[in-house]
Write a protein that binds this ligand. Sequence first.
Ligand code: CTP
Length: 407
Amino acid sequence: MFVVVGVTGGIAAYKTVQLVRLLVKAGHEAHVVPTDDALRFVGLPTWEAISRHPVTTSVHDDVARVRHVALGQAADLVIVAPATANTLAKMTAGLADDLLGTTLLATTAPVVVAPAMHTEMWRHPATTHNMRVLRERGVIVVGPEEGELTGGDSGPGRMSEPEAVLEVALAAAEGGAGDLEGLRVVVSAGGTREPIDPVRYIGNRSSGRQGVAVALAAADRGADVVLVAAHLDDGVLAEASAGGRMRVVRAGTAAELGSAVDAEADAADVVVMAAAVADYRVAEVSPLKRAKEAAPVGGITLDLIENDDILAGLVRARRAGQTVVGFAAETPGEGETLLDRGRRKAARKGADLLAVNEVGWSRGFESADNAVTIIDAAGEVVAARRGSKRDVADALWDAVLAVRKKK
Ligand code: CTP
């Protein structure tokens, strides 16, 4: 395969040396097109030696062979790694002031980008907008990963490892779209808050991390994703909003979340209720802050009314071909197992799948890892996964695909 590897000016360029090496080792013809800035990080001789082809950055070299468009025309695949915020912006605008720019405009081959930049730049609305436009145009995005960045800070922004970029790129070249391509999915995440008065609420400890991992996994696997987000932790919301990977709809209370999910569910193939929804709301929300001096001495009683069960409503309204998935966070008591409780909930809710996990004072929340057992409507275990919230999310989507195949 004729592969063009665009390299732009980021420190992660050193990782691309390994990517080119892997391509060549796998028998592909690799042509490296660095930007001038990229050459400040890794020099031209390295690229020529590793790719075994001459390397230039300028549209004025090798003019006789119309190199400025020839590479793009010949390419079966174009990879841009690392892709800086600047290059992504130039790609969005269609700028062609160097050889990489002209190559990208001249190609009809699949284009895969591996963004790398500081977290702030990745989360900037300009970058988010550019990523959305590029994705709409069919550009395939790998990463960025979360982790340590140059300068000691950490967050999303690291370029994915060369092996991961290669895997996605080769799949793209074979026309291998993500396995959720064409599916419209709605994922709720976070925890609702039920107001008591203008300053107080009844809430829960959900950060939204697991739900957002489910939404991001779906987006990475090609689905069209709407995230209905209730009070996500700041970093989690930023991660969900960055890069234009999904549409985010904000909701506060259980009633708001219910309306948003119901409205979005009409057009959805899969709905995943990962949000922690309050079972009860305060009967009379005080328009003014409740003052202690107006309250009875010794304590007060709040009247609570039951909220609608959104998941049960989705199951009742489920269309043919639609898959409804719930989560169940449980604290099993004496003499019963997590699965017993999960099975009772599955029977009560009727969702196609229920992801059951144990929670407790020091379990499940605020942690990067999770352990779930996924059961079907009959209570049969279809999968179990312990690992990062992303691993759990991928296991959930595998189970969704399996259950949809069966139907
Ligand atoms: N759920 C919902 N609407 C509610 C309460 C819960 O849609 N009013 C959904 C959650 O998003 C989750 C599933 O139902 O997918 C299970 O939530 P959970 O709180 O574990 O179950 P409950 O039905 O509230 O049962 P209990 O609190 O008694 O365990």
